[in-house]
Design a protein around this ligand. Structure first.
Ligand code: NIG
Ligand code: FE
Length: 419
């Protein structure tokens, strides 16, 4: 072992941070052990205590290049080139934030203030952000995006998905996705966020644009296609047409479903084998059954209910039915202006019936499943070395100590990030 880092500073001064979620080059061949981990969440039951978290107490992790190559008990760790002492603290996989809307300009402070003074949220404010986003330069949008990525990284997020949806013209949607694609591989085309104000009198023509020229312009930058299936946005038939058109061009579907009211979104998600149905706040028993009998993940976004004073999604009901649940921020300037996965974990535990273990799993492995990824969201040989070190003895503190900045170290693709 050639060098030992102090536990509070895994960052290396001669490295610069790279984008969260995009592929980076890391030096292969050099091995580093993170030793003296008090409590390690692997999300691989076979590596740990057979629970879904695959917990190992008094653990170590060995990284080589951008990958994890060994995970186990501290006393059995193999010799390595470098050593980082975790000082008995907790390590878990970097958070996988599988739902955000980060390409935007402006904010909606007044709308939030009004809502907290008694007005209800109707999603109409999206138009405010559309106007600000269209007026912004590429550089302004990119600077804004980067700012929120830094925030997220400091709170332990190592992979994020993000969407278009505040441009709603061919050019503005494509440029949002181009900007996003420079920072993450998980890019989602959401031309169908709302009907563009330019097409207020002819929604069918807007759906034709979203499924035609706009889709063609956006496909090169995106992996996913999304639609806001809701009263006042797109109905079930329109949503099916949009997602089916995206699928035909090679994009995979995910859906904003059943957020503000009961509706067809969840059933449509299952019908189209969407990776995820997001929000899932208003569900019938048939919706829950459909999710339980599918591989579509229910992604819960408690920041939205918090920031709109809305009814919480019932995570307990979904989990008890056997549905796979992910937790994400939905970070956007209107309904959920938080980039903090730990905050969402605390809300989910306090108000949505999740245990601290379930919430930690949903924010890591759950997010990975919502992105149909098995190379992230777990700390096991072969996975990317995306790790979060907490200034706490276990992951339970994420909910037990709400609002406290517990993240004290992050490795992304094996690189210690400067927080
Ligand atoms: O996920 N539901 C639709 N879209 C966002 C809200 C976007 C906004 O209000 O600007 C959401 O909550
Ligand atoms: Fe959203």
């Amino acid at each position: 072992m050639n060098s030992t880092s102090t536990p509070s500073s895994p960052g290396s001064p001669n490295r610069t941070n790279s984008a969260i979620g995009s592929t980076t080059d890391t030096t292969t061949g050099t091995t580093t052990v993170i030793t003296n981990i008090g409590s390690l969440v692997t999300n691989d039951p076979s590596l740990g205590d057979e629970s879904p978290l695959g917990l190992i107490l008094d653990a170590a992790v060995v990284i080589e290049g951008d990958r994890v190559v060994w995970t186990g008990e501290n006393s059995k760790a193999p010799a390595t080139d470098n050593r980082v002492d975790a000082g008995g603290r907790a390590v878990l996989p970097g958070f996988v934030d599988s739902h955000s809307h980060l390409v935007f300009a402006g904010d909606r402070t007044q709308e939030f203030n009004a809502r907290m003074s008694g007005r209800s949220y109707t999603a109409g404010g999206i138009r405010t952000t559309v106007a600000a986003t269209r007026a912004a330069t590429d550089a302004e949008l990119e600077a804004n995006l980067t700012r929120y990525l830094r925030e997220a990284l400091r709170q332990g997020t190592t992979t994020f998905e993000t969407k278009s949806g505040y441009g709603l013209t061919v050019e503005d949607e494509a440029r949002a996705l181009r900007i996003a694609a420079a920072h993450t591989d998980e890019v989602t085309y959401l031309g169908a966020h709302i009907v563009s104000p330019d097409y207020a009198d002819d929604p069918a023509a807007y759906v034709a644009l979203v499924t035609g020229e706009m889709l063609d312009a956006c496909v090169p930058y995106a992996r996913w296609v999304d639609v806001f299936c809701e009263k006042g946005a797109f109905d079930g038939d329109q949503a099916r047409a949009i997602l089916t058109a995206g699928k035909a061009k090679g994009l995979h579907p995910r859906i904003h479903a059943n957020q503000l009211s009961y509706g067809p979104g969840v059933q449509l998600a299952v019908e189209l084998d969407a990776a995820s149905a997001d929000h899932c706040t208003h569900l019938t028993d048939a919706d829950v059954d459909a999710l339980a009998n599918s591989r579509t993940v229910a992604t819960l976004l408690p920041g939205a209910e918090f920031s709109t004073r809305a009814q919480w999604p019932d995570a307990r009901r979904l989990l008890d039915a056997g549905v796979t649940v992910a937790l994400s921020t939905d970070c956007n300037p209107g309904s959920s202006f938080t980039s903090s996965v730990p905050f969402c974990i605390a809300l989910a535990v306090r108000d949505m019936g999740m245990t601290p273990d379930e919430a930690a799993w949903s924010a890591t492995a759950g997010g990975a499943q919502a992105l149909r990824r098995d190379d992230i969201g777990r700390i096991a040989p072969g996975a990317y070395a995306d790790l979060t070190l907490l200034d706490a003895p276990s992951h339970v503190h994420l909910a037990y100590r709400p609002g406290v900045p517990l993240v004290s170290g992050v490795w992304r693709r094996g690189v210690p990030m400067i927080l």
